[in-house]
Design a protein around this ligand. Sequence first.
Ligand code: RP5
Length: 215
Amino acid sequence: MLPATRPAFCFVGVENSGARIEPMKKKNVAGKNSAEPLVGIIMGSTSDWETMEHAANTLRELGVPHETRVVSAHRTPDLLFEYAASAEKRGIEVIIAGAGGAAHLPGMAASKTVLPVLGVPVESKALKGLDSLLSIAQMPGGIPVGTLAIGKAGAINAALLAAAILGAKRPAIREALRAFRIAQTKKVLSQPDPAAAARKALKAVHSQLSGKKKK
Ligand code: RP5
């Protein structure tokens, strides 16, 4: 059963372990209490967290309230149905679903809700995530899943896309997204020469090491 009240913290693996991952202390820009998630990040296994934490981190950076859960299409199908079917009523507006291998989670979640579902193909050991990508992207006409790139880039972009969807009606989120883009551009422009940046990093390591030796 899903908790009747919205969680005040982000949880991963609530059903399996109850492990607390992170409190969402940062004040969000959505005009909502941080105990009221707008985005539900779900994943097929705790092993997907390494990838999906990038979606959570990006949403946190933008101040978008979210929750994180392990919901497996194959191992906990009833929970998946319950999660997807109740998400809208709980105030969730976008679902980000990450899964690897026979990645049925995003598609099945999409089949149980009219909320936008963004799928993140997690890199699998056997086929490097190509299996995940095709499982998520090749949905039958009628049940869309917005499929992102394999792995970390896909997880980050799913969060940015979720923020863009929410930002259409929430100026604060739209502006957070604009600030993210500006900061990203500035960062790239501030390091025009990768060789110079590498030399600078190396120099810093050398001076740190020689400082240690002197002590
Ligand atoms: C999928 O199987 C999960 O999304 C995960 O990417 C993959 C492997 O899961 P574990 O065996 O590591 O739990 O359902």
